[in-house]
Design a protein around this ligand. Structure first.
Ligand SMILES: Nc1nc2c(ncn2[C@@H]2O[C@H](COP(=O)(O)OP(=O)(O)OP(=O)(O)O)[C@@H](O)[C@H]2O)c(=O)[nH]1
Ligand SMILES: [Mg+2]
Length: 220
């Protein structure tokens, strides 16, 4: 099960498919608008290729935000950090990759309740994160109101509302990315004393550094 886990690479160890640019990685459930956002940010030279050893395609492109160039990666949809499908395994492998600048976690605002479990897992993994509530047009049509600033306070991560097919909110997302700096956020899910004790005990046995927190690794 841990076969897809990669230890954090040490400085100087480069893989030829990686550029020196800071990377923005789009993650989230299937069909939430990740690729629409990818197409907005990435230039016309985006490359679609199969993830090594799989038939799962990954799009990589470059994009300029506030004068700075980034590599942007569009991952296949995933429901959970406990992967079942090959697509989820591939998406998850990006979570263990070396230090992306930020993960942009895109969710479908009209189905926010179904989406937030993955958000909580990403917070638990202590990865750099911006949460994008996309498809706000459809949420609004359905009379769903979301207090984004309250959600931001509760979760401790930046929350940006977008309707990506109309380009709405993408300027705010650009601004959030350009000003982003990582801030540690404690896990929002606290288990019973026994489970927390087990998490603590197992974490203390993990010596190496991975792309996600030891707490999240324990669950895997
Ligand atoms: N109404 C509305 N539709 C959107 C919005 N963003 C994306 N869509 C539509 O939602 C569908 C899915 O968008 P994609 O960008 O392909 O979604 P994805 O997250 O990349 O999906 P997977 O690659 O399957 O994981 C498309 O038909 C988009 O046109 C939005 O803000 N509002
Ligand atoms: Mg897509």
């Amino acid at each position: 099960m841990l076969s897809i886990l990669k230890k954090k690479r040490c400085c100087g160890q480069e893989d030829e498919t990686q550029s020196d640019l800071e990377r923005i990685i789009l993650v989230g459930n299937p069909n939430v608008g990740k690729s629409v956002i990818f197409n907005h940010f990435s230039d016309s030279y985006a490359i679609v290729s199969n993830y090594p050893g799989t038939t799962v395609s990954i799009s990589k492109g470059k994009g300029r935000i506030d004068g700075k160039e980034y590599e942007i990666i569009d991952t296949p949809g995933m429901y959970s950090l406990l992967p079942i499908t090959e697509e989820e395994r591939v998406s998850q492998s990006y979570l263990f990759d070396n230090d992306p600048f930020v993960y942009v976690h895109v969710v479908d605002a009209k189905n926010i309740q179904r989406m937030l479990p993955l958000t909580l897992q990403l917070i638990e993994a202590e990865v750099p994160l911006i949460l994008v509530l996309n498809m706000m047009d459809e949420a609004t049509e359905r009379g769903i109101e979301i207090n984004a600033s309250r959600l931001e306070q509760e979760l401790g991560v930046l929350v940006i509302c977008t309707t990506s097919i109309k380009g709405e909110g993408l300027d705010k997302l650009e601004e959030a990315i350009s000003k982003y700096s990582f801030r540690h956020v404690d896990s929002k899910v606290v288990y019973s004393r026994g489970i927390e004790y087990a998490i603590e005990s197992i974490s203390s046995l993990i010596q190496d550094e991975y792309g996600i927190s030891k707490r999240a690794l324990v669950f895997k």
